[in-house]
Write a protein that binds this ligand. Structure first.
Ligand code: AHR
Length: 522
């Protein structure tokens, strides 16, 4: 195995930081990092929806994770787990995407309404071939989103559904008229329409959503989008099924052929430590090689967003069409012994790094990226929450999302950073990454990420256009790269208090190795 080497500024970091100086090494293995925040040159709003979630009918994401049913001994409110509801409320979840994923293009919404005992039971063909009881359907999802305080984002069925079916669904949800579908909703217990700000016209049309060519899907998008009508004055933003990774051709064809009707185009990207879908790598018990390869893979989303955005700029220089990264996160080999096809995986300090790096990248692209949905919310892939019967565990990823709450709808402030590199083998990445934002009350928040697992960093921050006295917040770190919470030890890793001190005109932070910190500046 390769040995870690002491970091020096890499060419990549020079471009990234826009600086030509090398930071001197600090005391006792601490890297010296210098950072300037341009509070006097504010950027765009960081849309709160980039801190969004994705919840699919997959494994125990919905059943057991969110929904236990009204008769369950697990404490619940109308069938929703109380512990999960409380944990999600603390995250200020801005949006939840549902019901898929691949499941969406197999889902027929009428299966999931009316008395639960009478709903049909289907086979979930994508995810383990298990029975789908349809007890969590449209009413249950939209009521759940309301309870949590999140905007609902529903993905419709293009692959095996019809435009009529999609149009009826939008009417059932949003019409306040006396139409048959509005009356059906009332008969099912919901008098007033729900808000439906986002509607996806299919999912992964290039793959599980129908294995289409972009030319064909662009035409289908035009057709289906015509019939998903706004029955409410708020309007529905229509999301086109976009590319994955570096499929720039897909984006080009869609923008050229349907850009006039698209409100948002999606992008999917999963971080895989080995780059090999058959052997992705373990969620814990990994070596530094996979720490480095995972964080390098996570950073690649910056390049994908940049290049997809450049194509969108060609057709839409005003940036009317948003880019929604509506599936992202780390995807590992599933937990040994867990149900095949359920995509259950543990979540460690490395995932906290993936989350923080990714959120920082989305913030830097806030002018175009106006939603992102981590895959997935509970018990699936890079989850916020893991449950086992009545027990619940909050993951390191959960804590990062909670720490980043002040960035929701805040104004992005440009950051210039002079950082050494973290190097492992041929991998070289900036050791420290940071973003800054000002919230509506005028408070400035900093997010600081040190991916180097061996060296702390002394970060000295100059805030231009703001008189900073002190800074306080929380830090998430642990001794082990794969530190994680289990049902037996649910508090093995959790945020702790973290302060910066004023030195002259600067604020100084001592970031531990492998840590994420978020502070408010006073
Ligand atoms: O998140 C798991 C799956 O990954 C989704 O169902 C699909 O859209 C993607 O390929």
């Amino acid at each position: 195995m390769n040995k870690p080497t002491r970091p020096m500024m890499s060419a990549w970091a020079l471009i990234f930081c826009g600086l030509t100086t090398i930071a001197p090494a600090g005391a006792a293995g601490q890297a010296a990092v210098s950072m300037a925040v341009h509070a006097n040159a504010p950027g765009p709003k960081i849309d709160r929806h980039i801190f969004g979630q994705f919840a699919e009918h997959l494994g125990r994401g919905i059943y057991g994770g969110v929904w236990v049913g009204t008769g369950s001994p697990i404490p619940n409110t109308d069938g929703y787990r109380n512990d999960v509801l409380a944990a999600l409320k603390a995250l200020h979840v801005p949006v939840i995407r549902w019901p898929g994923g691949c499941f969406a293009d197999d889902y027929h919404w009428r299966d999931g309404i009316g008395p639960r005992a009478q709903r049909p039971v289907r086979v979930n063909t994508h995810w383990g071939g298990v029975l789908e009881p349809d007890s969590f359907g449209t009413n249950e999802f939209l009521d759940f989103a309301e309870l949590v305080g999140a905007d609902p984002y529903v993905t419709g069925n293009v692959g095996s559904g019809s435009p009529q079916e999609m149009a009826d669904w939008a009417e059932y949800i949003t019409s306040d008229s006396q139409s048959t579908f509005a009356q059906l909703r009332r008969a099912n217990g919901r008098a007033k329409p729900w808000r439906l700000p986002f509607f996806g016209i299919g999912n992964e049309a290039w793959g599980c959503g129908g294995n289409m060519r972009p030319e064909y899907y662009a035409d289908l998008f035009r057709r289906y989008a015509t019939f998903v009508r706004d029955h409410a004055p708020e309007g529905i933003e229509l999301v086109a099924s976009g590319a994955h990774d570096d499929d720039y051709h897909w984006t080009d064809v869609l923008m050229a052929r349907a850009g006039d009707l698209i409100d948002a185009l999606s992008l999917h990207y999963y971080t895989i430590p080995t780059g090999n879908w058959k052997h992705k790598g373990a969620a814990y018990g990994f070596g530094e090689d996979q720490w480095a390869s995972t964080l390098k893979a996570a950073s690649r989303i910056d390049e994908f967003i940049t290049r997809h955005s450049a194509i969108m700029d060609k057709y839409d220089p005003q940036k009317r069409v948003a880019l929604f990264v509506d599936e992202w996160g780390a995807w590992y080999d599933q937990e040994p012994g867990s149900h095949p096809g359920f995509l259950y995986q543990q979540n460690s300090l490395r995932d906290a790094m993936v989350a923080a790096i990714s959120l920082n990248i989305f913030e830097r692209h806030a002018d175009r990226v106006r939603m992102a949905n981590i895959a997935q919310m509970i018990n699936v892939l890079q989850a916020m929450i893991l449950t086992r019967q009545a027990k619940m565990v909050l993951t390191p990823t959960y804590y990062v999302f909670r720490m980043y709450v002040p960035f929701q709808d805040a104004t992005y402030l440009p950051v210039r950073i002079d950082t050494p590199s973290y190097r492992y083998g041929t991998t070289a990445l900036p050791a420290v990454d940071a973003t800054a934002a000002r919230d509506s009350s005028g408070t400035i928040h900093l997010a600081l990420v040190n991916i180097d697992p061996h060296h702390g960093a002394t970060v000295s921050v100059q805030i231009e256009g703001f008189n900073a006295h002190s800074a306080s917040g929380t830090v998430l770190t642990a001794d082990a790269m794969d530190a994680h919470n289990t049902f037996e030890h649910p508090n093995a890793i959790a945020p702790a208090r973290f302060d910066g001190v004023r030195k002259g005109a600067r604020l100084v932070f001592r970031l531990p190795p492998k840590s994420v910190a978020v502070v408010a500046v006073h």
